[in-house]
Design a protein around this ligand. Structure first.
Ligand code: HEC
Length: 187
């Protein structure tokens, strides 16, 4: 019996100590470019889906009409496109350096068929440890519904809404040219 209990304690402790050492010795991947851990994405998505299943999805109080979806397009361009990209774009500026990748929500093969209530949940709460912010403090519920309706109908948008989703002309981010004559330090 004593041996059994000892075995049980050691058996329980070893994985804990192993896990601690794995992290403490810097073996856990933390850089965005590192390969994912086995099952990492599966477990993360399982957690998200299980959490979301705990409360009934809300119905949108905001109808999916042209005015609302165009407002949603303005929200999207201003607050989402940096990560989730513009129509026809393969990867947004930020997407190239993120893990997990933000899905390109307007690219043809990525357009979501999620109900607006599901997107609303993700937009208001965010998704921890992924880079997806929770917008509850920054956007009004109406704005969050508008952008959720936009995404739920992204494959059949009215022209006015499509126009509002266009990528603004790029402001080039370039380093200032190096000065040709090195400046002498002032005395
Ligand atoms: C700083 C980057 C960033 C910004 C800004 C951002 N997101 Fe995200 N978003 C992410 C990442 C990363 C994920 C992927 C999370 C995951 O893999 O679970 C994500 C996931 C999502 C998802 C879930 C997609 C799916 O297929 O399950 C939705 C919907 C979403 N974001 C909508 C939005 C909206 C709407 C906005 C703007 C109001 C926004 N996001 C702004 C990074 C961002």
């Amino acid at each position: 019996m004593k041996k059994f209990i000892l075995g049980l304690i050691v058996g329980l402790l070893l994985p804990v100590i192993g896990g601690y050492l794995y992290i403490k010795m810097g073996m856990m991947p933390v850089a965005t470019a590192s390969a994912p851990l086995p099952m990492e994405e599966k477990i993360a998505h399982m957690a998200l889906n299980a959490r979301m299943a705990k409360e009934p999805l809300k119905e949108s109080p905001v109808p999916a009409d042209e005015t609302n979806m165009t407002q949603g397009a303005h929200v999207y361009v201003e607050h989402c496109a940096f990560c989730h990209g513009f129509a026809g774009e393969k990867a947004s500026f930020a997407a190239k350096g993120m893990f997990p990748l933000p899905p390109q929500l307007l690219s043809e093969d990525m357009v979501t068929d999620d109900p607006a209530g599901e997107t609303y949940w993700k937009v208001s709460n965010g998704i921890r440890l992924t880079g997806m912010p929770g917008f509850n403090e920054m956007l009004t519920p109406t704005q969050m519904w508008q952008v959720s309706q936009l995404l739920a109908h992204a494959n059949k948008l009215p022209d006015q809404t499509k126009a509002a989703l266009a990528k603004p002309a790029a402001i080039p981010v370039v380093a200032p040219p190096a000065t040709t004559t090195p400046q002498k330090p002032k005395k």
